[in-house]
Design a binder for this molecule. Structure first.
Ligand SMILES: [Zn+2]
Length: 131
């Protein structure tokens, strides 16, 4: 996520760039931890204690609408957010729960599916390098 590009998109939409919104953008830029909305709220309130949950949720919705933030939904967990909107896969560590991005060129997918497949994302489960 390029913060300057996102700020430009927000200005073009006449969305105000409040300090809280900037803090959310700063937190999400290059963030590869796949935070939940609660994680984002916690990080931003460390700098701006008056931030409301609504501000965080609205900003997440806006960033998703702009196509600069994607939602990662995994079975059995709350939604997580990913500023990496390029196609990629994930590895979930069964020990620490960490979600790691896996570039698509590291996975070869063969399929025999009807119709035209336009995208695919795979969730691998295993043990991460750190564990
Ligand atoms: Zn990811």
């Amino acid at each position: 996520m390029d913060v300057h590009e996102v700020e430009r998109l927000l200005r073009a939409r006449r969305c105000s760039l409040t300090p809280q919104r900037r803090a959310i953008l700063r937190y999400l830029a290059d963030n590869d931890t796949h935070p939940t909305a609660a994680d984002i709220f916690e990080a931003v309130t460390a700098d701006f204690p008056i931030t409301s949950r609504a501000t965080v949720y609205n900003t997440i919705a806006l960033l998703r609408e702009l196509g600069v933030l994607s939602e990662v939904n995994l079975p059995g967990t709350e939604a997580r957010f990913d500023p990496n909107t390029a196609p990629h896969h994930h590895l979930r560590c069964v020990r620490c729960g960490q979600l790691t991005d896996i570039p698509t060129d590291r996975v070869r997918l063969e399929h025999d599916l009807p119709g035209e497949v336009r995208s695919a994302s795979v969730l691998f489960e295993g043990v991460c390098e750190g564990c």
